[in-house]
Design a protein around this ligand. Sequence first.
Ligand SMILES: *Cc1c(COP(=O)(O)O)cnc(C)c1O
Length: 344
Amino acid sequence: MIDLFSDTKTRPTPAMRAAMAGAEVGDESSFEDPTVNLLCERVADLLGKEAALFTPSGTMCNQIALAVHGRPGDEVICDASAHIVHSEAGGVAANGGLNLCTVPGLRGRYSAAQLRAAIRTPARGSPRQRVVVVEQTSNFGGGAVWPVAELDAVTSVAHEHGYATHMDGARLMNAVVASGVSASAQARGFDSVWIDFSKGLGAPVGAALAGSKAFIAEAWRVKQRFGGSMRQAGIVAAGALYALDHHVERLAEDHANARALAQGLVGIPGLRVDPTLVDTNILFLHLDDAPGVPDGAEFCRRIQEHGVRMWCYAERTVRAVTHLDVGAADIGVAVGVVRQAMQA
Ligand SMILES: *Cc1c(COP(=O)(O)O)cnc(C)c1O
């Protein structure tokens, strides 16, 4: 199977598994796991923050951070396509008691002017706005990268109003590799930021959230409350450390493969793909009226029969994501399978 469903489908390599098997461990919840401690130092350093904490997932990083930044009834501003809006089971409301104010950005990115327009005049009847969230890269925006100048513009508007800023950096390292701008420079205007190890970085489990020492102290309390405090977590943290050492630069291959896939799909009748919109490892395919291919679900079913898996994102939109377990040779095969599916 050429699995383009998501970059979460990666499996740990033999070398990563060996690093995990040999990890030194201790009780994470009392800071006695040397591998977790090392990972947290590495991530804090990478992201230019004072401290970091290890969590089981990126979703937990978002949920912890927003619960620290806001109180029930407060409001979070984010793009309308954000993962926190669509893919975290309503956790922003259920866990944080927070209201969402969504901004209609372009490919997951909104401008500083759009943020300004979303800012409320304080009134007793309005939710109190507290946090501004940015997703780098934007998942449902097709892996679009925010230029660092736009990140800075948005965070300065937020701080002007005394709002906290949070970066969902699930794929921040993809943005680093694609733009050449360091993670710490991209994160400099953010009070909290996290990276995921289980996406393109190819580790089986884990994410890490960074911020000031005071923020991380509060984040630890919420992590405990959410049941995210762990024990001998060094086993999985070792996979994350291995990923930081060996799987960052290679993200460029995933980006090249995504571009090659988009270019290969251009011109297939009934399909619309724009290679100029492929910034990183995610691309969207749009189905026009094609006889015999009624919708994205049928398209995905058909290509899967021939060994290629993608995700039906909307009725006529399909998402493909490249990653560690998809090689350059697989791209040509996938293009052939899609061409066949569209002809059938
Ligand atoms: C995957 C993802 C998350 C959640 O991360 P998990 O580790 O899967 O919980 C959050 N935000 C974005 C943008 C993502 O792509």
